[in-house]
Design a protein around this ligand. Structure first.
Ligand code: ADP
Ligand code: MG
Length: 143
């Protein structure tokens, strides 16, 4: 499924819709270059889950946990991870195969431990279509 947005608000709204419909155990992976809108997307998804506290990139921890929404929200940023062993140390399986919704930024860095069943999201720019244009590709795999 391919979506196209032309503003951060539109990306937020798309992600919010997905958050509103997400079921327990869903793992979203989020891929895209710096500044493409991954954080905007994470904020929309969280809003859709009913989370009102601010969502920041979990820069100093691998995972940030938000408990106040309709379902627990586990926001991962694995950009700085050196080895998947760091994921083992935080007990990632409890999150990936748990009762909440996971969003994993830079998921391609931990490809070997991603659940087979996941919703992959790729955000890309296309400057020929404008500075604020984003192509958002959503693919359910492992179903
Ligand atoms: P990332 O987390 O991928 O590094 P951010 O979400 O922090 O990126 O930043 C995305 C930037 O791009 C923001 O400044 C946002 O306002 C801007 N932007 C412009 N157009 C869009 C769009 N269509 N969707 C998302 N963000 C957009
Ligand atoms: Mg970010």
């Amino acid at each position: 499924m391919i979506y196209e947005t032309n503003s951060p608000e539109e990306t937020f709204a798309l992600a919010k819709q997905l958050g509103g419909a997400a079921q327990a155990g869903t793992v979203f992976t989020l891929t895209g270059d710096l500044g493409v809108g991954k954080t905007v997307f994470a904020q929309g998804l969280a809003d859709g889950l009913g989370i009102t506290e601010p969502i920041n990139s979990p820069t100093f921890t691998i995972v940030q946990v938000y408990e106040e929404g309709r379902l627990p929200f586990y926001h991962f940023d694995v950009y700085r991870i050196g080895d998947v062993e760091e994921m083992e140390e935080i007990g990632y399986e409890d999150y990936f195969y748990g009762d909440g919704v996971c969003l994993v930024e830079w998921a391609e860095l931990i490809g070997e431990i991603l659940p087979q069943r996941r919703t992959q999201i790729l955000i890309e720019k296309d400057l020929e279509k404008g500075f604020d244009y984003r192509r958002i590709t959503l693919e359910e795999v492992g179903n």
